[in-house]
Design a protein around this ligand. Structure first.
Ligand SMILES: [Zn+2]
Length: 258
């Protein structure tokens, strides 16, 4: 299902040992942990694109504590995937949502993210899934019509590419932070966050129609270390006041498209 990411190529990639290559002899190493880096030099936004290591580690710790489990359960219940599905997670990060859903359903799972660190962490934790480093904003390195489900969980939103790699009848689940997400961390002047649902629906409108929506929330009593992890994971680690134990709201708007 993988295609060559070299500009103007796009031929199928086949695996031989610890390499994948196309017929034009463009070849890519399979990393020790099992992921494949298909990121092209022109796709990099910086020399180490994507999440910083501290953010990846902080998010993993929060997932392992079970903080995000209610969000995962809500996504699973809303989407109801089964073992015949072929699923792409675009912007998979450390692989928590895709890897966990694969463990409970046994579907064929493929995760793409621009961060080598995040994808390496995903590959180590969830070795049964296929993990790819690529810039999904430019190209999703899969053949057209590959997937029955596409996930974009606070991730990338490439409406045209999602449509291209979706099977006929395929579904797209986009999850965006809801207005009350982490409301306890906002200043008094901005208690309500932005409602991202309307602009998300508009972004996908040329290629996808909304067929359902639901809000998923988790309220967690966190100790100071976990609150620090939340701040690291959202790139706000430099608050002057000391971090203390807090009750925090995690909230996602789930938008399902066909
Ligand atoms: Zn090629």
């Amino acid at each position: 299902m993988l295609v060559c990411p070299v500009r103007g190529c796009g031929l199928p990639l086949t695996r031989t040992g610890c390499r994948v290559a196309c017929e034009r002899a463009h070849s890519f190493d399979v990393a020790r942990s099992g992921y494949i880096n298909l990121l092209q030099p022109q796709d990099r936004r910086s020399t180490t694109p994507g999440d910083p290591a501290e953010a990846v580690a902080a998010r993993r710790r929060l997932h392992e504590r079970g903080v995000t489990r209610p969000l995962l359960d809500a996504i699973a219940a809303f989407l109801a995937p089964d073992s015949r599905d072929v699923v792409l997670d675009a912007g998979c990060g450390d692989g928590f949502y895709l890897g966990s859903l694969e463990q409970s359903t046994g579907f064929s799972a493929h995760g793409v993210d621009i961060s080598v660190r995040a994808v390496n962490a995903a590959a180590k934790r969830y070795p049964r899934c296929q993990w790819i480093v690529a810039n999904a904003d430019r190209l999703i390195p899969y053949e057209s019509g590959s997937f029955s489900i596409i996930l974009s969980i606070t991730g990338r939103m490439n409406a045209a590419e999602f449509r291209r790699v979706a099977r006929p009848g395929g579904r797209l689940l986009a999850a965006v932070p809801a207005p009350d997400d982490l409301k306890e961390l906002r200043s008094r002047t901005e208690e309500q966050g932005r409602d991202r649902a309307p602009s998300t629906i508009e972004t996908f409108a040329p290629h996808w129609s909304l067929i359902g929506r639901r809000r998923a929330a988790a309220i967690a009593d966190l100790d100071a270390a976990a609150v620090q992890d939340v701040l690291l994971s959202i790139y706000r680690p430099f608050r002057r006041e000391p971090v203390h134990a807090m009750r925090l709201t995690f909230s996602l708007d789930l938008l399902l498209f066909a």
